[in-house]
Design a protein. Structure first.
Length: 543
């Protein structure tokens, strides 16, 4: 869903809309605007967007190697790329997700911090990279302010501890100046386009006031710090004490992170504490799953660093030999875990027909019943359908979730009444985190029941497709023109089910007992292929 959201926002921007005005979102805007660069030049489907994202990731790899190989062993970044590539089916770090941009930004910020601690100096180049990293991180995922604050505040305490704070005060002031520039530009842009309040409300207040009511976290800043650090300790404890096939990958990452902290603890105890705290906040959105991409990225660097350092260590004493042997076992297990996920999926997309990367069962109906110029509305959590069918949302809220209803109920009702899309997907019996659509969006359902009709109440998919009243008859004629050779009164089968054709619908006879109870003759059942039966509307089953 999050990937489709970023593509849809990019397409909306490319068509002249502005985020938060013509496209409501609770996310910060960087990925929308960045990916709109590709949308403007004609990219509009999953495959093309993913290809563009691959080039972006490759460019970031090259930048990382060129920028940091003079401060760290170049071998580190070769290992990093290998780990990144082999684990994409675990991390999802090849997808168009805000967490990827947030992750790279945090990683660059972390590397610049390590360079600063080593050299005790900040060059203009470092300030520019830090400034861009902070901006991209916050504007990709606002929650990253906690990660950034944790790192910078810890570094400030470190400088006080080292008694270098006064010496570097002018450097810090210059850095703050650099960091504020992109935010000032963004502020002026939204202020000049009369979009500043919308940005504030949707990217910040909506999450703090409305979304927090559904996450269970609440909106306490101090509470979030406490929860994050507690979760980090729990994560370490669990994955060091519970070893299984499913947990091995996460356990190895925890182990390498602790080795990275230990490596620095022997050289600079205060720095190792900063690293440990920062690692906790790279996983502020989780340490497993695609929201854990920032954690994965920083951890992959830590893994690569430890592998490079210990394998290239030339000391020959017995203890170092044991350490290297143990590390080689860990490396072997890490590679096996990565390959176990990678190899079964490698090249799978090469054999897929174009456009099936995220196919959804509503796609075919939308393609048949609407034109590319038609706007539709898909209320459930499947925005990929817009991308698959090359349609744009009729409402500014492109999907429907409870916190959107809390914040935008009037705007949603206004949009659907004004735009009157000929097709709406509304799964009234489905839910979002336990909140059923028919309850939290009752006003919308009431409107649909008056102005629209479900395409077919007798089909589990078609009952969720609402067709505008004045288009309903035409929609039926498009989908079910009636198959040649299939007439009312016939008994037909596709080799699996038996149907009675009645009132131009096919009614499934559910059991052989029902068939015989109704007195039908088995010899009169005519076999028809699925394509022929698709042209006949599904009727109520005969039970």
């Amino acid at each position: 869903m999050d990937e489709a959201d970023n593509m849809l926002g990019a397409l909306s921007v490319s068509q002249g809309n502005d985020i938060y005005k013509g496209f409501f979102s609770q996310h910060t805007p960087f990925v929308y605007y960045f990916m709109s660069i590709f949308a403007i030049i004609g990219v509009h489907d999953y495959e093309a967007f993913r290809l563009c994202m691959s080039f972006v990731i490759f460019g970031l790899w090259v930048f990382m190697y060129l920028r940091y190989s003079k401060y760290f062993n170049p071998f580190v970044f070769k290992i990093f790329v290998l780990l990144y590539a082999l684990t994409i089916n675990i991390t999802w770090a090849h997808m168009i997700l805000s967490d990827v941009f947030y992750g790279f930004s945090l990683l660059f910020l972390f590397l610049e911090t390590l360079i600063f601690v080593r050299t005790n100096s900040l060059t203009i180049k470092s300030m520019v990279i830090i400034s861009i990293s902070v901006f991209v991180s916050v504007m990709s995922a606002f929650v990253s302010v906690y990660s950034i604050f944790a790192l910078l505040f810890s570094l400030f305490i470190y400088e006080v501890f080292k008694r270098t704070i006064i010496k570097n005060i002018k450097v810090y002031m210059k850095l703050i100046g650099f960091m504020t520039v992109p935010f000032i530009i963004l502020f002026l842009w939204y202020w000049g386009t009369d979009n500043l309040y919308n940005f504030y409300f949707q990217a910040y207040k909506l999450n703090r006031v409305h979304y927090s009511n559904y996450t269970g976290i609440g909106n306490s800043v101090i509470g979030l710090f406490k929860v994050t650090f507690t979760a980090w300790i729990d994560h370490i404890t669990y994955y060091l004490t519970v070893l299984s096939k499913e947990s091995l990958f996460s356990s190895l990452l925890v182990l390498f992170n602790l080795l990275f902290c230990y490596y620095h603890f022997k050289r600079d105890k205060a720095l190792s504490i900063i690293i440990f705290i920062f690692l906790a906040f790279t996983g502020i959105r989780g340490y497993i799953g695609f929201h854990a991409i920032p954690y994965y990225m920083v951890t992959f660097f830590n893994c690569s660093f430890i592998i490079s350092e210990y394998l290239r260590n030339k000391e020959n004493n017995i203890m170092e030999g044991y350490k290297r042997s143990l590390l080689k076992i860990c490396i072997f297990l890490l590679v096996i875990c990565s390959l176990n996920s990678y190899l079964p999926n490698v090249g799978s997309n090469l054999t897929k027909p174009k456009g099936t990367m995220a196919a959804y069962y509503y796609d075919d109906y939308i393609n048949k019943l609407t034109k590319k110029s038609d706007k539709i509305w898909i209320s459930n959590l499947s925005p990929q359908t817009y991308i698959n069918t090359n349609r744009m949302p009729a409402l500014r809220t492109y999907i429907l979730v409870p916190w959107f209803m809390d914040a935008f109920k009037n705007e949603i009702m206004e949009d659907i009444i004004i735009t009157r899309p000929k097709l709406v997907i509304f799964e009234k019996e489905s839910d979002v985190w336990g909140h059923k659509y028919s309850i939290f969006a009752k006003d919308i359902l009431d409107y649909l029941n008056v102005e629209y009709k479900p395409l077919n109440e007798n089909d589990n998919i078609e009952r969720n497709i609402y067709i505008r009243n004045d288009f309903y008859k035409e929609a039926n004629e498009i989908l079910w023109p009636n198959s040649t050779g299939v007439e009312n009164g016939m008994l037909v089968t596709n080799g699996i089910n038996i149907y009675l054709i009645e009132d131009n619908t096919k009614r499934h006879i559910t059991t052989p007992e029902v068939f015989e109870r109704l007195g039908y003759d088995w010899s009169k059942v005519v076999e028809k292929d699925d394509e022929s039966l698709k042209l006949v509307k599904t009727g109520a089953p005969i039970e």
